[in-house]
Design a protein around this ligand. Sequence first.
Ligand SMILES: NC(=O)c1ccc[n+]([C@@H]2O[C@H](COP(=O)([O-])OP(=O)(O)OC[C@H]3O[C@@H](n4cnc5c(N)ncnc54)[C@H](OP(=O)(O)O)[C@@H]3O)[C@@H](O)[C@H]2O)c1
Length: 266
Amino acid sequence: MDLGIKGKSALITAASRGFGLATARQLAREGVRVSLCARGQTDLEQAATEVQAAGREVWGEAAAPVTTAAVDVTDAQAVADFVAQTGPVDLLLVNAGGPPAGGFTELAEQQWRDAYTLTIESAVRLCRLVVPGMAERGWGRVVMITSVSVKQPVDNLLLSSVLRPAVQGLVRSLAVQYAASGVTVNAVAPGFHTTSAVERLIAKKIEQTGCTVQDVLDGWTAEIPMGRLGRPEELAAVVTFLMSEGAGYLTGQGIVSDGGWVKGTF
Ligand SMILES: NC(=O)c1ccc[n+]([C@@H]2O[C@H](COP(=O)([O-])OP(=O)(O)OC[C@H]3O[C@@H](n4cnc5c(N)ncnc54)[C@H](OP(=O)(O)O)[C@@H]3O)[C@@H](O)[C@H]2O)c1
């Protein structure tokens, strides 16, 4: 299936591992020029090599270039410089490291502020920098990574369960505002996937309860009708579809990709 995005330019934040990296690889295979950021330079260089290799599998020497910048999405100036360095953006993946695990009584006020800065402020800032330009050019695709916590609170992930729904509110608001400008805005809400974010959740659970890795995995998979965690490539495939030309009439949605974990009807 031709997704119709060859030659477009993508900006992907938090992309040296996990969902960001998996999406960058898939977009490179579609012939998209990809610009990646994360904080750690070493992982970022490794990621750029992998993304370039994915593009070359399909396009050989004609593969689109990959650029990187070591940027923390909570640093306003660094993000503005990154966007300026990238130039006009057609495809934007709004992604960041997740807020830390924790329940109501153990989270300090500063952790709430930090989580707001990481999860909401960074998303708003990126959209302010990128979306008006898309609208002026009459075409754009914005996808934000959220979490199943937008549909159903997740045990011990209070910051995510409270703040992620606000990101879905941003998605819906921007989708309406820019609907007539050729710009779609959607979110993908992952359930449990095999990335380093989940390894951190497992470590936290072990610290809190003294259980084993297998206990944690057994507990999660018992609640997932598919009986397994997702792969980052599966999530990236959903993101890539939402960024395609063919998904042009789909906007304002939060697509849950969770192996059936959320039990609500809608
Ligand atoms: N994996 C899951 O099961 C799951 C489920 C629901 C929601 N999510 C959410 O999906 C998002 C991506 O998760 P993932 O599983 O792909 O995580 P991951 O594998 O841990 O990768 C996180 C990426 O984000 C970068 N990053 C972290 N903080 C950053 C910051 N402040 N500025 C720039 N880059 C930053 C990391 O690189 P550096 O550390 O070098 O910056 C890394 O490249 C997170 O918000 C996570 O909470 C994940």
